[in-house]
Write a protein that binds this ligand. Sequence first.
Ligand code: SF4
Length: 389
Amino acid sequence: MSHPGVNLLEFDLDALAAFCETLGEKRFRATQLFRWIHQRGVADFGQMSDLAKSLRDKLAGSAHVAAPAVTTQHISKDGTIKWLFDVGGGNAIETVFIPEDDRGTLCISSQAGCAVGCRFCSTGHQGFSRNLTTGEIVAQLWFAEHFLRRHLGSTERVITNVVMMGMGEPLQNYDRVVPALRTMLSDHGYGLSRRRVTVSTSGVVPMIDRLARDCPVALAVSLHAPDDELRDHLVPLNRKHPIDELLATCTRYLPHAPRDFITFEYVMLDGVNDTPQHAQALIALMRRHGAQGLRAKFNLIPFNPFPQSGLTCSPMPRVLAFGKLLNDAGLVTTVRKTRGDDIDAACGQLAGDVKDRTRVHERMARQRSYTRRRADAPAVGAAPEGKTG
Ligand code: SF4
């Protein structure tokens, strides 16, 4: 279905005010309109009863409010919901809602595919097609929030937390992600606190510094390795921004952050990054940066295998032993609970449909052979299975 004019989901409040100005309308009209769209989920200008008829007519001729079409919706037995949105050109992106007792978290995508190409990530194996627009990012929240309210018969907010951890590297789509974050944070939009909106990055160092100035929200960093040699191959962006540079940037971010720590994600890969030696190297690394003021929490993520990866998840006793070593060294560490794995909605499993414009398969083949060599090499001093704690 074609729509007239611009999609108002593209605009944060300032941009909407500028648009309204072009229609000869004052800023407070933009605020009213913003509230109708984001707080009440109304897309039909005719229903916006406190807007003048003349404005509603102008809007009907020059704008619309619409999310990309939902092509599938899957509901997991644990209540997790995954939607696939068709964003055109053969690309589809995924969004996941994770309900918990005290919160509802939405995991949002920022790109169709991802150019970073992390070795253990299903999206990374699909390559990269394009950045999402601000409207396509916000639409995931707009659609999910109002769908869930209708579905649950709730007038209250259902989504209390947003994590930019879906498909894509959000900081490689910075200019479109920041207005989307502003809409999430706006009191006239979703009113989420900065602590409850998390940007997860593989380490786009210059953009972490910019985020600190422009829109500081909670930061999660995909670390996954304690040294540059291994991280170069698991997270190829590391070759451009090595670990010391990344952690120094995180330390600079902290005074701006809404929380007094940075979360570090560490996916547990069998025989690759999960030995006691890796844990000790990680502890030494964090001590060195802790002395510079870095405060960190660790989140260990049991790897969700997918066929092309050639990787397997560390056995749970080894995950727990790894976590115990970090905790005993004073690094607060949790193990992420896997959610929605029966509908491929778990962390690292998101893989809508991507028309790759990069040569992802060649890159992945090179990384695969490296990781195999590392995994096959005897891990010096590694404890036998089940005796790592
Ligand atoms: S883990 Fe994140 S940054 Fe890495 S390939 Fe996947 S989506 Fe991209």
